[in-house]
Design a protein around this ligand. Structure first.
Ligand SMILES: *Cc1c(COP(=O)(O)O)cnc(C)c1O
Length: 362
């Protein structure tokens, strides 16, 4: 079986350096907000080219804390893509603000800048862009619209660690960005983890305290904060794995380019790559009319695939108030997409096998 993502194999590659890092934390006697988190925050900020990084408990917290720190809540609206993972939307609604769904472009699956302006009202406070599947959104026009209407731009970078837009890394393309280090992401911990990057000093100062009970100084509280800290252990693992992120992304790119050049089947639509952006291929998503049939055919040929995601946010039971709405592009995407195996530990023999099997699909 060609696995969609072999996490065990992926982390085993780093076995010695991860073990040494874990041993160091164990023996340090300091397990929360210490040297490892400090070091990782500095290293990750430098990697993204942003001034500041704040380690938090997970990707959802990273996004919802940004929304909260910008005082976006009850009565405010935030634009989000209609085909994103539910976390981007929860980050808005959990703060009492209203997510406003914006249709993506069918080719790239990313928010379509041409659809943004018609959704802006006097309640709109921010645009949450999601660099979905590993490709940066078209940030030029998005930042222009944000400037025109005085909106914050919040990036959801959970699937795009290391992706580049016009020479700048994601996480450094808006006002603030949220990252997830969930184990299966391009930069993954051995458990939950997340981070916020920003160049906004005031936001940084607030969030550093906010994630730790609103405390800037032990037992003194500036805000009614939360407990959302990145663990020392996870930070130590992430510092080790960050050193290999570019290499691992390059391997993903090699696989993606092989798929793009060699998959030749009228029934399959390949993802569109924007020339000005660098894709890090968190997932390789194709479209086909009879998706379930393709998925079964691949499984019968020992190839595991996943659907990111089978149900659009507006059709989820959790967002019942949206169930009557229709978002044609998003619905089409959700009905037709399938993610092929791609990972830093997939071999080129496996990639060739996938291409061969897909090219024989009828
Ligand atoms: C994974 C993911 C998140 C949430 O990350 P967690 O660490 O699981 O909370 C947010 N947005 C997107 C697009 C994701 O893929």
């Amino acid at each position: 079986m060609i696995q969609f993502l072999d996490l065990k194999k992926l982390n085993e590659k780093h076995y010695d350096s991860i073990s040494a890092a874990l041993d160091k934390v164990l023996k340090s006697g300091w397990y929360i907000l210490g040297e490892s988190v400090n070091e990782f925050e500095k290293k990750f900020a430098a990697y993204c080219g942003s001034k500041y990084c704040i380690g938090v408990a997970n990707g959802l917290d990273a996004l919802s804390l940004i929304v909260k720190a910008y005082y976006i809540g009850e009565g405010d609206e935030v634009l989000v893509p209609s085909n994103t993972y539910i976390a981007s939307i929860l980050a808005v609604s959990s703060n009492g603000a209203t997510p406003v769904l914006v249709e993506p472009a069918l080719g790239t699956y990313n928010i379509d800048p041409a659809n943004i302006e018609k959704h802006i009202t006097d309640k709109t406070k921010a645009i949450m862009v999601v660099h979905l599947y590993g490709q940066s959104c078209d940030m030029g026009p998005i930042n222009e619209i944000a400037k025109k209407y005085n909106l914050k731009v919040i990036e959801d970078c959970a699937q795009a660690h290391g992706a580049i837009y016009e020479g700048k890394k994601v996480g450094n393309l808006g006002d603030a960005a949220g990252f997830s280090f969930y184990p299966g992401k391009n930069l993954g911990a051995l458990g939950d983890g997340g981070a916020i990057t920003t160049n906004d000093e005031a936001l940084y100062t607030k969030l550093v305290a906010y994630r730790n009970y609103g405390s800037h100084k032990k037992y003194e509280n500036l805000y009614k904060g939360v407990n959302s800290r990145l663990d020392e252990i996870q930070a130590a693992v992430l510092s080790v794995k960050l050193d290999s992120l570019d290499n691992e992304n390059n391997h993903r790119r090699t696989i993606a380019n092989y798929y793009l050049e060699n998959i030749k089947n009228d029934k399959i639509t390949l993802p569109k790559v924007e020339s000005e952006s660098q894709h890090v291929w968190h997932v390789f998503v194709v479209r086909t009319e009879n998706r379930d049939k393709l998925q079964k055919y691949l499984l019968d040929n020992a190839i595991q695939t996943i659907i990111h995601y089978p149900i659009p946010p507006h059709k989820q039971i959790a967002y019942e108030e949206w169930n009557h709405l229709s978002f044609e592009i998003s619905e089409k995407i959700h009905n037709e997409i399938l993610s092929l195996p791609i990972s830093p530990v997939m071999t080129m023999d496996e990639v060739k096998k996938v291409v061969e099997v897909i090219n024989n699909y009828e």
